[in-house]
Ligand binder design. Structure first.
Ligand code: FES
Length: 84
């Protein structure tokens, strides 16, 4: 389920902000997967939770990070589709 993004920044600015905001902290604490690893997977074309999970092994536990991960996927998707 996608939620609407309520961003104060443009998607491109938000993506850059997210990359600087705790990139080495685990986004998936169940599998110790840093946020930056998941963001890199998204940048390489993983546009679903399953695809990011396949590349990083994140979000395979109780899927408690699913919402945060989907938010990043949505930001990146809007970044690509928005023309600045
Ligand atoms: S934090 Fe990612 S599956 Fe639990």
């Amino acid at each position: 389920m996608r939620e609407s993004l309520n961003l104060k920044r443009s998607p491109a600015e938000q993506w850059d902000y997210e990359k600087q905001k705790g990139p080495d902290r685990n986004l998936c604490t169940c599998y110790d997967i840093p946020k930056i690893d998941m963001m890199r997977a998204i940048e390489k074309g993983a546009d679903t939770i399953d695809k990011v999970s396949a590349q990083t092994y994140g979000c395979q536990g109780s899927q408690c990070c699913e919402r945060q991960l989907q938010r990043l996927i949505d930001i990146y998707g809007q970044k690509d589709s928005s023309s600045d």
